[in-house]
Design a protein around this ligand. Structure first.
Ligand SMILES: [Zn+2]
Length: 295
């Protein structure tokens, strides 16, 4: 369901016993006016920092009513999944226990202080949150030559992609890659791992025990598949102790794009149209990226 204007309805419902259609009928019956409904259902559990998990109805535009913006993980009842993490202070940052913190975004010009408009500034590492790595990340000669995120191929970042579940007790090794049986011709794969189950991207403290590609897994992928876009669900495509060798294997050819820190919670495995767009940061070896999956 989407958001409609509302007045003076303050309701909290458990949605586990109610599908969206009966919920809508119920709301319609008890509200004299049209209603606002957070876009969630029991099929897509809540994500921290959102109104999901409970239905929140509040007055909009009437007297002392409170405005509540929509925040969605899923659109059109599962046709579109947002697989990008929100930038919030609790977001984990590489090798830090502090997370992103409060100060990455600030209101530089404020209407409350007399400015004609609100205008914010931000400061954050380009490898923060859901982001893409360019070849210059681990190859200084590529960096110098300009293989930055602006040089990445948008046709690889957009197109059919496979979301697969990796065996939960393992890093992504050659053996695991072989066992996944990803057919030739598949050029984009998002690997969902134990990191998603452990909800590591929702934990402020960076966790070195995340899983990722071991060097032999990266080699196997590069030599035995047609995969040119690798997506993972924590801050690095490589297991912590293989951080350098795995990246070197992936980035050496300049043909493989790495998308890291994806939000793959509650998305059924399968084939989707992937749409990812990085910022055009010239001379930057990475960029935050917005990615969605469409059925
Ligand atoms: Zn990165």
């Amino acid at each position: 369901m989407d958001v409609f204007h509302s007045s003076l309805c303050f309701i909290h419902l458990s949605q586990s016993t109610m599908n969206s259609r009966s919920l809508f009928a119920f709301l319609f019956a008890i509200c004299a006016h049209s209603v606002a409904v957070a876009d969630t259902s029991s099929a897509y559990p809540s994500i921290p920092g959102t109104e999901t998990g409970e239905c929140s109805l509040r007055g909009v535009g009437v007297g002392d009513g409170v405005l509540v913006p929509p925040r969605r993980e899923v659109y059109e009842e599962g046709r579109i999944f947002d697989i990008t993490h929100r930038y919030v202070p609790e977001m984990p940052v590489w090798d830090s226990t502090e997370g992103l913190g409060q100060h990455f975004l600030w209101l530089d010009k404020s209407m409350k202080n007399g400015s004609l408009a609100n205008s914010s500034n931000m400061k954050l590492g380009v490898h923060t949150g859901t982001h893409v790595d360019a070849p210059g990340h681990f190859y200084d000669n590529y960096y110098d030559a300009g293989f930055d995120v602006d040089s990445l191929d948008l046709t690889l970042l957009n197109g059919l992609a496979l979301l697969v579940d990796v065996p939960r007790d393992k890093n992504i090794t050659a053996e695991v890659m072989r066992s996944l049986n990803i057919p030739r011709g598949v050029s984009r794969v998002l690997f969902r791992t134990l990191n998603t189950d452990r909800r590591l991207m929702f934990k402020k403290e960076f966790d070195t025990s995340y899983v990722g590609f071991k060097e032999d897994g990266a080699k196997w992928l590069a030599e035995n598949t047609d995969i040119k876009l690798v997506g993972v669900d924590y801050l690095s495509v490589a297991a912590y102790d293989h951080s350098i060798p795995s990246h070197l294997v992936f980035l050496e050819s300049k043909e493989i794009i790495l998308v890291e820190g994806l939000k793959l919670d509650d998305v059924p495995a399968g084939i989707y149209s992937l749409n990812c767009l990085p910022l055009r940061l010239v001379h930057s070896e990475a960029s935050p990226i917005r990615c969605i999956l469409i059925r």
